[in-house]
Design a protein around this ligand. Structure first.
Ligand code: FEO
Length: 394
């Protein structure tokens, strides 16, 4: 994709990665992604904000060439992760007059991660202003969106917030701006769930920090630009600040259908009682879908057979991930079947130290579930409903 003008003197010079299907060797990318760089031409100085993932560096160089850029004064790094910083060494070599502008922590991390030329750094503090002449950039420290060093850059005259990962979405698209709101909101929610949710309590402060600005546009470094920022700001407020919903998630694995029958019974029992439920067969599910469901769920019920004296490895993986994502769950339980024994409940509960949940009585069936097991599942459904009602969850 070629460079695209956002406003006079401000250009998107990123790269769209249609084919990438996995990030960090962990996160599924069903819709690809983009690495958004931005070029700002002031009356006196020119700045580039972020670079692109190194395999796509040629696209960035082509865009700069297309715009006739033969001198860069500043390269601003809001975040040290290599999908944005990885092309810095090549850009700094190609533009020898450019100074790399970032905060002290990011400076240190960039030096750890990349081989960069010495003596070409400018360290900035929160609220510092960098003048490009008729355009001025203010830096806003917003730690933990996604790493501890992350910051945003605000272009005061045009009221654009360059937010890097914050408010981003893994979405390859020819849309420079948000056109398909539902599609972008779903992708942004997935992104929030996988990248931001673990740091939710810090992000509360980050949201307050950036709300000090009058923002006409949010330009993240993944996915379309938010030219109507109310949509994404409102969504983040809901995800970060609101109470969980009257909703439950049931990730499970089943080997011989006993656990599956229990999961399906409980899903129906909860649905009959007015709880919104999503079940995920971990043998086939996109783990990102589970992460999305965790953003607003109040209860998780983990379904597993007992295998090798403990929970199924698929379930261990999903439970560990759920704990790492730190969703705002309030309740948890475990259901499933076993053949002759094991330590399934003990091992699974040891995997969720970060979840501030009340553990509800597990239901484990010896072999195929029988009448007493289904009655216990009814009781578990009743308990979940009562707990949600007590918190007045909607
Ligand atoms: Fe898109 Fe945390 O990098």
């Amino acid at each position: 994709m070629k460079a695209r003008q956002i406003k006079p003197g401000i250009y998107w010079v990123g790269a769209v990665d249609w084919d990438r299907r996995l990030f960090d060797a962990l996160i599924p990318l069903p819709d690809g992604t983009s690495y958004n760089s931005y070029l700002i031409r002031g009356s006196e100085k020119t700045a580039l904000i972020e670079t692109v993932n190194p395999p796509m560096q040629e696209t960035l160089f082509d865009s700069l060439k297309q715009l006739g850029i033969n001198k860069l004064d500043y390269i601003i790094a809001n975040h040290a992760e290599q999908d944005h910083s990885g092309t810095l060494p090549m850009i700094m070599e190609a533009f020898p007059d450019a100074t790399l502008v970032t905060n002290a922590r990011c400076n240190g991390m960039l030096r750890d991660l990349l081989i960069l030329p010495e003596g070409r750094f400018q360290v900035v503090n929160d609220k510092d202003i960098l003048s490009l002449g008729d355009k001025n950039l203010e830096f806003a420290f917003t730690p933990w969106v996604h790493w501890p060093e992350t910051m945003c850059t605000y272009l005061k005259e045009d009221k654009i917030l360059f937010s890097c990962d914050f408010f981003g979405s893994h979405l390859a698209s020819t849309d420079l701006y948000v056109i398909n709101k539902e599609r972008v909101e779903e992708a942004a929610k997935r992104y929030y769930a996988e990248i931001m949710m673990p740091y939710r309590t810090t992000i509360e402060k980050d949201l307050h920090r950036i709300e000090e600005f009058k923002i006409d546009m949010i330009a993240p470094s993944h996915g379309p630009i938010h030219d109507k920022p109310e949509l994404i700001l409102k969504a983040y407020h809901t995800w970060v600040f609101d109470e969980p919903k009257n909703a439950a998630v049931l990730p499970f694995t089943s080997m011989h259908d006993s656990t599956r029958r229990m999961v399906e019974y409980l899903v129906a029992a909860l649905a009959e009682r007015g709880v919104a439920v999503q079940q995920f067969d971990l043998a086939v599910t996109d783990i990102g879908k589970l992460a999305i469901a965790l953003v607003e769920a109040a209860t998780i019920v983990i379904g597993t057979p007992t295998v090798l004296a403990g929970p199924h490895p698929n379930v261990v993986n999903a439970t560990f991930l759920t704990d790492a994502l730190r969703p705002k769950l309030r309740f948890a339980s475990i259901i499933g079947s076993y053949g002759w024994g094991g330590r399934t409940v003990e091992q699974l509960t040891a995997l969720i130290p970060n979840l501030k949940v009340e553990l509800l009585e597990p239901v484990l069936s010896k072999g195929a579930p029988k009448e007493a097991d289904f009655k216990a599942l009814d009781k578990l459904a009743e308990t979940i409903v009562e707990k949600h009602k007590a918190l007045n969850l909607k």
